[in-house]
Design a protein around this ligand. Sequence first.
Ligand code: NAG
Ligand code: NAG
Length: 336
Amino acid sequence: MLFSLKALSSAMGLLPLVVANIQDIQTRDTVSQYLVVLARYTDAQAAADDTIERRLVEPVIPINPTDANFGISAVAPGRFVTSADGTKIFAEARGNPLKPAIVFIHGFGIGAMAFNEIFDDLVWLDQAYLVRYDTRGHGRSDKPTTAAAWVSQRLAEDFDAVVQSYNLNKPFVLGWSIGATHIADILSFHPPSYISGIIYDAAAPDMDSLFSIAAPGPVALLILISSTSATPALEWNFYLACLGDGVVQPRAATQFLFTRTQNSTGLLQAGTSGALPLLAIFGANDKVVMEQPILNVIAGWQRLNVTTLPNAEHFTWISQPVLFRQTVLQWITHHP
Ligand SMILES: *[C@@H]1O[C@H](CO)[C@@H](O)[C@H](O)[C@H]1NC(C)=O
Ligand SMILES: *[C@@H]1O[C@H](CO)[C@@H](O)[C@H](O)[C@H]1NC(C)=O
């Protein structure tokens, strides 16, 4: 029986959803059985069983409109977790639960969907357990506008809620752009042993240094938005999503996001004491943040690896998907 490429690719396209579904129904050890099922999926079988797609796709979760989302309703794979202060955080896990977990924290102007290219990539899905969430104020999560909702501990608690919901044990944390500041929040309220390591992707390490690491220009976020239009690798939908998420964010939330304060002592001690390894990835053509000022913030970090991806913009994983993937997965392999 010949494989139909079309049928196979359509089955493979369902894989992330299948794996996410498996996680959600708590039968993780059957992942490999599902992979075998997918590998055997052919036109003939599809014709014989026209319900297979319905069985493999993760049940969509209707997302109730909230005031914070301006009554926008949606359906998506994933789940809402409740942070300590009651804020609803939208989270999602895909991939191989038997491999190291990596929690991805996105930056400004777009939610967790920024990482779609990674979360749809079969190699990533096979080699890691990928977790992402819309940070408060973004995407499908609540968007509180009080000062109390933006103190450092609240952001650490959002991460905690995700870790608990997916039963993660010492995950790696990948912070992109301003999303990386959340790692300083996390390490203010937890010992370094809470996580396995830090991956900085074009990262802002902490709020104190935000404006010293931003590229010169009127406002770094304007550059971010204009750089999206100058990046041929960005798809139109992604570009619109970047703009759209910024538009639906209440201005008060945007203001807290850029002016909130935090204590970086826990973060820096985790590095200078040698407790945590850190991989810092940069895009050689990044127009938003600057490499050396970022490295200056974490000067003295003992277990540090730095990789600068050639021809990569601020969205490093979109500019250089294969190099980015290799860099992260190889590094994780060396830091079990
Ligand atoms: C920051 O946290 C450290 C302990 O981790 C503490 O000693 C220090 O006083 C804190 N700094 C501020 C400004 O609160
Ligand atoms: C990371 O850097 C260390 C030195 O600090 C080096 O021994 C190691 O090979 C590097 N690992 C990777 C994956 O590049």
